[in-house]
Design a binder for this molecule. Sequence first.
Ligand SMILES: [Mg+2]
Length: 108
Amino acid sequence: MSVTLRDAQHLCWKNFSKINDRLDPERGKGWTPFVMVTDLLEEAGEVASAVKGLEGFKPPEKPKTKEMLATELSDLLYIIFVLAEHYGIELEEAFLQTVNDYVLRFVK
Ligand SMILES: [Mg+2]
């Protein structure tokens, strides 16, 4: 399956909204941007843990794999898309601008 960043962002938001709408009454509260950011930081920590394990800085009895890293990177991307959509940001445009900025800055 191939999707654009825009499609992926909208898909994440659609799924997030569906889940949040279902769970809100049970929890008695919805996910605010604050909770989204704490989730983003939590997922970033899980990415760090996976990389730390892959690089041999975690106990060997709890090995990390590339598949685990892929999952954590995907978790992180998911919440980044959700946060962007919450604020009405089209991340695809911003991302392409960022890539262009890096090229202009470092590739001359
Ligand atoms: Mg995770």
